[in-house]
Design a protein around this ligand. Structure first.
Ligand SMILES: C[S@@+](CC[C@H](N)C(=O)[O-])C[C@H]1O[C@@H](n2cnc3c(N)ncnc32)[C@H](O)[C@@H]1O
Length: 297
């Protein structure tokens, strides 16, 4: 059976209510996607899922739906003055879920490391596969900031090391490090939902027994690590400089990502006293690989 698909571009504040209205007006499925190239950061602070500033909503409808009437129903239901920008197309007969799943295939992120959705067979050894499905918690490896961190982890010796993933999102970086040979990891996030997703992802990857989670205030004071990874944003990275520096052992490495290329020098300045830094760039985003002197403690 063919389908009608209606796409609407909406703001974050409207996304939930419009998605709900799409279903109430007859959509059989609703998909939310980033309408820009935005990194999902932070928490709403009230345990609600986070969304992009501009979101594409796609509603799947039976083929005999009249699209302008459907959008009119949604607008009327919500009492909106003007309809959001929308467009419609027809989908040939196909398995909708299959089509969605087929968009996500195993992703090679560096060295032997792959990120693989659960519905694909993982690549055979020596490939190391992190099993991870697309979801709302940031971190499926497709964004340049995550990819920069994964590439560094995949191409450096992690055996036996202890890791802190500060701003863990889906837990992708901590889980990758554990699968690459790290001994143990702490995953830290201000968002309790991200910690729950991280635990579940660690369990599915058989590394749950080597991973601990905490919100920043609950991380035990005695915890430090050989490798600390923080893929957040330039401003929090600057504010967190004293803490992230303390968490990194002498001789250890602090990976800072989530900043634009033009912000890298300013972030680096706040870490320069304790670290020597190598900068890597991808798609306009920067990774600072900061090595702490083995002598300055
Ligand atoms: C860009 S995502 C990175 C997720 C994952 N580590 C990755 O590399 O794909 C940033 C994460 O940092 C968290 N975060 C933001 N500010 C933070 C802070 N001050 N302390 C700890 N976590 C923070 C957010 O909730 C979010 O999950």
């Amino acid at each position: 059976m063919p389908w009608l698909r209606v796409h609407l571009r909406v703001d974050r504040e409207q996304a939930d209510s419009i998605a709900d209205a799409l279903e109430r007006c007859g959509a059989l499925a609703v998909m939310l996607e980033d309408a820009g190239n935005e990194v999902l950061f932070g928490s709403t602070g009230n345990d609600e899922p986070r969304l992009w500033a501009h979101t594409n909503l796609s509603a799947l409808l039976s083929d005999d739906t009249e699209p302008s009437r459907f959008v009119g129903d949604v607008v009327a239901l919500l009492g909106m003055d003007t309809p959001p920008t929308w467009a419609a197309d027809r989908l040939p007969d196909q398995d909708w879920e299959r089509a969605w799943m087929d968009r996500f295939t195993p992703l090679h992120v560096g060295g032997n490391l792959w990120i693989c959705p659960s519905w694909h067979a993982p690549p055979p050894p020596p490939a190391v596969a992190v099993i991870l499905d697309p979801g709302l918690a940031f971190g499926t490896g497709t964004h340049a900031t995550t990819a920069l961190c994964l590439d560094w982890l995949a191409t450096n010796m992690l055996s036996g090391s202890e890791i802190i993933d500060f701003g863990c999102g889906s837990g992708i970086l901590a889980i990758a490090a554990l699968k690459l040979g790290a001994r143990s990891a702490w995953a830290v996030d201000i968002d309790a939902a991200a910690l729950a997703v991280t635990c579940e992802n660690a369990r599915r990857n058989d590394v749950g027994d080597r991973l601990s989670t905490a919100i920043p205030q609950s991380l035990p004071a005695c915890v430090d690590a050989d490798i600390v990874v923080a893929n957040i944003l330039a401003d929090p990275l600057i504010q967190l400089a004293p803490r992230l520096s303390r968490l990194t052992r002498a001789g250890g490495v602090l990976l800072l990502s989530g900043m634009l290329e033009q912000q890298a020098a300013e972030v680096e300045r706040h870490y320069a006293a304790a670290f020597s830094t190598e900068t890597r760039i991808r798609d306009g985003w920067a990774l600072l690989a900061c090595r702490r002197s083995a002598l300055n403690g």
